[in-house]
Design a protein around this ligand. Sequence first.
Ligand code: PRP
Ligand code: URA
Length: 207
Amino acid sequence: MAVKVLDHALIKHKLTNIRKKETKTINFYQNVSEIAGLMAFEISRNFPLKEIEIETPVCTSTQYELASEITIVPILRAGLGMVDGIRGMIPTAKIAFIGLYRDEETLEPVEYYAKFPKDIASSIVLVVDPMLATGGSAIAAIDMLKRAGCQNINYVGLVGAPVGVNNLQTAHPDINIYLASLDEKLNEDGYIVPGLGDCGDRLFGTK
Ligand code: PRP
Ligand code: URA
């Protein structure tokens, strides 16, 4: 499926805030969280609804509620920065966890944790990770979710490199890919350019 870049003035503005190298941890986290919430609002526009009968103070009325469970799946660590913003929009969402880190030499993803709700297979899944660089982490995470039976999988990232988008589309042509920005390239160290640096470290103050 095609990658969708969510081109919104507020998203662009907040993305500029996190790209600035002087942005401090607390503001960095705040802006990542807000962008994730705005992205969730756009992505969920056409989520399936079911009709339900309710009593308003005035009458009986047929209204709508979400028809499917939603599960947010942050790829640890940096994906955690997107969870609160999306939960703000979809408070009933369940949270699953996938722990992966990139080996600094090979850039290959290494799996170290997974915890899924029992009924994840029937859920609409939002895999969240701010950075789509080589695509290795996203591909490995989606492999794990498909092995658990998931069919409706959406990847939600902030900044993507063209090579990562290509790799992810080739490995998983059936998923939706949403980004806040498709950046220029990946550099020789595996960092997205212009990018925003090491997202995990900037979110959690570890450097
Ligand atoms: C970062 C990022 C992605 C991954 C992207 O995580 O959050 O998970 O790199 O790179 P890829 O597309 O080349 O796989 P990192 O491995 O730095 O771990 P962290 O989130 O724990 O800092
Ligand atoms: N992971 C990051 O945190 N930043 C990048 O630019 C690439 C991968």
